[in-house]
Design a binder for this molecule. Structure first.
Ligand code: MF3
Ligand code: CO
Ligand code: CO
Length: 249
């Protein structure tokens, strides 16, 4: 069941999405080698609360934190804890807010000083891939066009697309229909419709696409322990294109 949002609802998702983006700006300003991921998560928790919203992940299916902080080979759902950020790390922070009942979901990858050229190249390609996917969005386009644009860009660079996790509809629920794969074929899949709100959140791996889930039942790492990067925006489908709802200004 895909929920179509009216303009008023899209503005409410934008308010939530803007707060999520501002939360990432703030987290980024405090992110540096030596800090623990739980310290960053606490800042995120308090920033979201101080702005009248709720961190969507806290208690979601028993997830214990206000953000996901996933370092290097951790693909997604890294649980903040006593682990320390190091020089050269590739750090993904995923923040989801609930403001006035609406969810805003966004992720960025950050490179610590001293990061390798291959880490920098992976992050750059992943952000570009997300934007290429988003640029496929408009009323009437096929869902498969998003994944095809992402896959056709990153695979020739030698990277792989994670298939186990996908983007999703978002609005009054965290994860709504439809699923949004970051791989696929142009011209295939459902037709996007004005008022759909989706996340585009490609996870791109340096090596193989497979993931392993650790014993905490959350942390997903690359099967070959090589690097993974991710960017995520919440995006509305419009008659002529798309509207990114997780911008900070
Ligand atoms: N924000 C993630 C997403 O993009 C979901 C995280 S669920 C959690 O869909 F429980 F792991 F936090
Ligand atoms: Co998401
Ligand atoms: Co997210």
């Amino acid at each position: 069941m895909i929920y179509i949002k009216n303009n008023e609802e899209i503005e409410l998702i934008r308010q939530s999405g803007r707060l999520a983006a501002r939360t990432l700006n703030f987290a980024a300003s405090e992110l540096k080698p030596g800090v623990t991921t739980s310290f960053i998560d606490k800042l995120i928790h308090d920033f979201i609360r101080d702005h009248g919203a709720t961190p969507a992940t806290l208690g979601y299916r028993n997830y214990p934190a206000s953000s996901c902080i996933s370092i290097n080979e951790v693909v997604v759902h890294g649980i903040p804890g006593s682990n320390v950020v190091h020089e050269g790390d590739l750090v993904k922070i995923d923040v989801t807010t609930i403001l006035d009942g609406y969810f805003g979901d966004t992720t960025r990858s950050f490179l610590m000083d001293g990061a390798s050229l291959k880490a920098r190249a992976l992050v750059e390609a992943t952000e570009k891939a997300m934007h290429l996917g988003i640029q496929e969005i408009r009323n009437g386009a096929r869902l498969g066009n998003i994944g095809a644009a992402i896959q056709n860009y990153v695979e020739p660079l030698g990277y792989s697309v994670v298939r186990y996790f996908v983007g999703h509809g978002v609005g009054r629920e965290f994860h709504e229909d439809p699923s949004v794969p970051h791989f696929g074929k142009r011209g295939v899949g459902l037709r996007l419709k004005t008022g759909m709100v989706l996340t585009v959140e490609p996870m791109i791996n340096e090596g193989v696409s497979g993931v392993k889930i650790l014993k905490d039942n959350w942390t997903a790492i690359t099967a070959d322990s090589q690097l993974s990067a991710q960017f995520e925006h919440t995006v509305a489908v419009t008659p002529m294109g798309y509207d990114i709802l997780t911008l900070s200004d």
